[in-house]
Design a protein around this ligand. Structure first.
Ligand code: IPD
Ligand code: CA
Ligand code: CA
Length: 277
């Protein structure tokens, strides 16, 4: 479904007969919402908080809920017509071309252990395409963000993926290796192969932040099976705008609703692909 008028020089000029709002306005809102949630995360860190199992090895805390409420209430107040897909609250379906995809706290397991690697992830879709991505690490006060075709930044400075061109020089991040719908031996086999070939591997436990680390060159690649759109949507755009590559394990197009994410600086993409199963 398209709301764009054929022949418009700038397709952003019109939406269903109206002037379309500037992407910058949405971007600023995402940054504001991420900071608000980040403050909640900082204040709750290390405190005695309510933790519940929502599935096997899947925790949710009052902080996840509080962050989601803070983000979604801000969005609904400014843009009540927009759709929302948020991890803890499910879907808010509307007929708007805009939908916010939100992970209010990525890295909940880390958070419950006061392991300081977690973040807020907020993406905005326009007609099914991610146009804004914001990931905020409140511990380091690092704001990673991107706007489609305009670039990617960390704390306002343009960022780029690394130029590492050999596996033996690459710092590679893996995700969780025990996803229940996949053979655990297969998941560990990829890890074993890359552990022997890469400079070093890390499992840090917050996929959205792992992806931003690829975008800014701290990691040279990242792969994980079984992620959800709220884990990857913002990180995907940030990596793309930083010059990197994101795909399925076989190099095919990345599908945020599919289970496979392989992200890299592009240069070593094939080398990583050849080692993951
Ligand atoms: C999790 C983190 C983790 C990944 C899990 C995700 P959550 O998200 O991104 O790194 O391994 O698959 O579910 O539950 O902390 O938002
Ligand atoms: Ca997550
Ligand atoms: Ca989460």
């Amino acid at each position: 479904m398209s709301f764009l008028f054929k022949g418009d020089e700038n397709p952003r000029q019109r939406f269903a007969g109206e002037i379309m709002p500037d992407l910058k306005e949405f971007f600023d809102l995402a940054v504001e919402a991420a900071r608000k949630a980040g403050r909640i995360q900082r204040e709750g860190l290390g405190r005695d908080i309510k933790i519940r199992l929502k599935g096997p090895k899947n925790l949710v805390t009052e902080i996840d809920k509080g962050c989601e409420e803070a983000i979604t209430s801000l969005i609904i107040e400014r843009y009540p017509e927009h759709g929302i897909l948020a991890e803890e609250g499910g879907a808010r379906k509307t007929s708007s071309p805009y939908r916010w995809i939100i992970d209010p706290l990525d890295g909940t397991t880390n958070y419950t252990h006061a392991y300081p690697f977690f973040c807020v992830s907020i993406a905005l879709e326009e007609n099914g395409e991610i146009v804004v991505g914001v990931v905020y690490d409140p511990v380091k006060d690092e704001m990673f963000c991107a706007r489609k075709r305009e670039g990617a930044w960390m704390n306002g400075c343009p960022v780029h993926v690394s130029r590492i061109d050999k596996l033996e020089k690459a710092l590679v991040a893996a995700g969780r290796l025990t996803k229940k719908d996949r053979d655990v031996d297969v998941q560990f086999a990829s890890f074993r192969k890359l552990a022997s070939k890469a400079l070093a591997l890390r499992i840090d436990g917050a996929a959205a932040l792992d992806m931003c680390y690829v975008a800014i060159g701290r990691f040279d690649a990242f792969w994980e099976y079984g992620l959800k759109p709220w884990d990857t949507a913002a990180g995907w755009l940030i990596i793309k705008e930083a010059g990197g590559q994101v795909s399925a394990f076989n190099g095919g197009p990345f599908d945020p609703f599919g289970p496979e994410v392989l992200a890299s600086n592009g240069i070593i993409h094939r080398m990583i692909m050849d080692n993951i199963l």
